[in-house]
Structures are given as C-alpha cells and as structure tokens.
Write a protein that binds this ligand. Structure first.
Ligand code: KE4
Length: 434
C-alpha cells in the first residue's frame, strides 16, 4: 500500500513521519493515509481512496480544495515572481480588505503562521504595557511559541502532556492559566497580579479542546476586566476569523479586542498569519516603534494571491455564512439523533461550519469537561468513519470544518456513515483503517 510505504520512509526522516504532530493519527491509534490530491469537498489518498474531508487543512479551505479562482490567482502571481522581500500591491490590498472586514484592526502586520502572529502580538502587548504576565485559558491553543505551551489544548492536550519539554520555567511562569467560561478564575488572577498583566489572550470561540462556545457574558466580561486593570484583550481568531462570520467572532459577539490574531482562511491554504489592532499599539512595531518583528516571506505575493482570492469570494457572497450554518445544523442534528438511536449520551456543539461531537454527556463548558470525553470511543467512531470515506480530525479535541463545497450528497453520505459508526461502536476493532 502506497501510504504504508510512504509512512515508513517518512518516519525514518521526520519525527512521527509528519510535519505537525496531530497528523500522525497517534491520538486515534491508526496510521494516516497520505493524501495525493483534493478537489472541492473531497480528498484522495495515495492508494486512490476517496474521502469527504472535514479537516480542510485545519480550517483554511472554507471554499474547499483547489478552488479554481484561488488556484488561478496563485498561478498568475507565481508567473510574476515567487517572492521579492519588498513591498507589493497585493499586501496593500490584503491590509485594506482585512481592516475593513474587522474594524478593530486599524493597522495590521502580515506574518507566516498563526504561531508567529500570536508570539508577535504577545511581544507587542508586553512592549506596549511594560508588564510581564499573559493570561491564557486551559484548553485553548495559540500555536507553539514558548509562552503559549503552558497547558495548551489541541495537539498537546491530545498527547496528554499539559506543557512541552524545552520550555524555560521562567518563561512558563509568566503565563497565567485561567479556565474558559469561568470568570471567577480570571478575577482570581487579576486580583493577584492585575497591575502586572499585559494581556489576556483567548479564542473567542474555543476550538482546540473541541468546539466550546463562549457563554453569553464571558467575552464582554473579559473586555470589562481587561479595561479595569489596564490590560490588553487579544482575540485569537486564527480559526474563527472569516470562518463564523465575515467579521469573525468579534463581529458575531460584538466585543472589540485591542489586538486580533488571524491565520488559516486569510492564506486560502498558503502559509499566512497576521496580527493587528489599535493604531497606537501597532505604531509601536518596527520600523516605527521599539517592538521588533520581521520575516523573510511575510506578505509573500503568491500567498497573498491565494488569500485575496478566498476573501474576495467570501466578501462577494455574504449568504455563504447562512449556507454554512445550515449545513452545520443539519450535520449536528443528525449526529445527535444517531447517538440517541444507539443509546449513546454525547454532546454536540455547532457554530456555523464548526462542529464537535464529544463522547461525554456534558455539559462541556471548558477543558475539564471536555477531558471527560471517552477518547477510546472517539477513536472507534473515527476509524469507522474513515473506513466509510469520511475524514474528520483525528482527535476528540478538534473541530470539524465544513466548506462551501460540501454538498447535500456529501452530508447524506456522512450521516449514513455516522449512523453505521454509532451502531458498530461496540463491535471488536479491526486494528487499522488501512
Ligand atoms: P499555526 O502556527 O498552526 O498556523 O497556528 C497556530 C494556531 C493559533 N491559534 C489557533 C486558535 C489555532 O487553532 C492554531 C492552530 N490550529 C491547529 C489545529 N487546531 C493547527 C493544526 C496543527 O497543529 O497541525
């Protein structure tokens, strides 16, 4: 089998045979298929098997794989040159488009990943306030920069290691960890260190402990407590930006952060991240101000072309979000029904085209609740879906991503596969999905 051969070669040269841990399928005890190509809602592995894809490159592909307009824009840009390390018009277009979509971002800086955008925003927050501490939330994941690998969610949570080796205790100690949807845990930190807290960083819609929506007053509370203590509020919208609404979660919930971090969709599948916010804060960034940040390929014209093509399609089709919401609602309802029909008590969260099925009765309001999920049962469910051509995130602590390319036929196939997977949860495991 080609995937098996490729995995052997890969594992000899790359840790786990992958370039990002969650892709190893270690959390579900399987070996991953190597993907050869994709189109629309479908991906095809090296052995020719076809899948309905709900990973969509972990969020960027809101329009589906190889969207013709995005591919054509990339081809056109590439013919003019792959990179210049000099200012280009596409970067100006991108800055104008994003700042008009998210008014809280009065100025913006492009970088190459969500991680890089987060670490830059945190350095800026500390540089502007002169304060050392950052507050994050257990179960939220903000990329792999040192100060964020403290009880992170996503891959780390799946691996069961609450923080990473190689992080200086001095660095980790400057990150305070509160509980999502738990204002008291935030108040406690501010009561103790409020005058020294530079910023609170939060996923306004948590999606790295599985999907966990903010409770009604949680985000407005964070806005109030940050203002009360003179700390900055940073929204990590790497997933939610242009995903849950054209203006992201901050538009959906009407809470204005001081800084916003973006990634994924704004790159249309190519490596792009961005951070931005209030003008007086961003004017502290080099070369204007004392907070240094730089990058060889930041604002790369080919990556900008992919992002611009994607964002312009979303901008020109506001009804796309209602269609995505409808698909999410249909799938969430069918998963609840399939579980109920088989006597399984699960919790299904869905916001727009984001969705997670937790194998726990719930409620799931934060990380401690999410960790109650039966990950062994999730792994069996995952394996059954994969064998039936449905490819979801290989971890209980991730979300499903539905794209504009997913059709009613895709949903029907997915629902039938989920119903069968629910029925056979108690059957003996086959071993591997290959
Ligand atoms: P990247 O450095 O992976 O581009 O972005 C980091 C990041 C920042 N903030 C949020 C809210 C994120 O979800 C992420 C990355 N998301 C994970 C999946 N949940 C990426 C998948 C992976 O690590 O391979």
């Amino acid at each position: 089998m080609k995937s098996a051969d490729l995995l052997k070669r890969a594992q000899f040269l790359m840790p786990g045979g992958v370039n990002s841990p969650v892709r190893s399928f270690s959390a579900v005890g399987l070996t991953p298929p190597f993907i050869a190509y994709g189109g629309g809602s479908r991906i095809f592995d090296a052995d020719g098997r076809e899948y309905v894809d709900y990973v969509c490159s972990w969020g960027p592909l809101i329009l589906g794989h190889a969207h013709p307009t995005a591919v054509e824009a990339v081809e056109r840009a590439a013919r003019d040159g792959l990179s210049f390390g000099a200012p280009t018009e596409r970067e100006v277009e991108m800055a104008e488009l994003i700042t008009s979509a998210l008014p809280s971002m009065e100025m913006i800086r492009m970088v190459n990943s969500g991680t890089e955008a987060v670490l830059s925003a945190l350095r800026l927050a500390r540089g502007c306030t002169g304060r050392p501490y950052i507050v994050k939330f257990s179960g939220c994941y903000h990329g792999h920069s040192d100060s964020m690998l403290v009880e992170a969610g996503s891959g780390l949570a799946t691996a069961g290691t609450p923080n990473s080796a190689g992080i200086l205790p001095a660095i980790a100690s400057a990150t305070l960890v509160a509980r999502y949807n738990d204002p008291d845990s935030v108040r406690e930190l501010f009561a103790a260190k409020g005058a020294e807290i530079a910023a609170v960083i939060v996923e306004p819609i948590a999606a790295n402990m599985g999907l966990v929506p903010p409770e009604p007053d949680f985000l407005p509370f964070l806005r109030r407590v940050a203002d009360e203590y003179g700390a900055l509020l940073i929204f990590d919208e790497v997933i939610s930006g242009f995903r849950v609404a054209y203006g992201g979660a901050q538009t959906l919930y009407g809470v204005r952060p001081d800084l916003t971090v973006l990634g994924k969709i704004i790159g249309g599948g190519l490596p792009v991240g961005a951070y931005g916010g209030r003008r007086e804060l961003m004017r502290q960034v080099a070369p204007l101000g004392p907070v240094y940040q730089a990058g060889t390929l930041a604002g790369n014209p080919v990556a900008m072309a992919a992002g611009l093509a994607t964002l312009k399609i979303l901008q020109g089709d506001p009804a796309v979000y209602a269609r995505l919401e409808e698909k999410g609602r249909i799938l969430a309802g069918a998963l609840r029904q399939a579980a109920a029909d088989n006597g399984r008590r699960v919790t299904v969260h869905q916001i727009g085209s984001l969705l997670t099925l937790f194998f726990t009765p719930g409620p799931v309001a934060g990380y401690a609740d999410a960790r109650q999920s039966d990950t062994a049962l999730f792994a069996r469910f995952f394996e059954s879906l994969l064998a039936r051509g449905v490819y979801i995130a290989p971890s209980q602590f991730e979300a499903l991503f539905i794209s504009a390319a997913h059709t009613d036929a895709d949903l029907r196939l997915t629902i039938a596969a989920a119903e069968a997977a629910m029925r056979e949860l108690d059957a003996p495991r086959s071993g591997t999905a290959d």
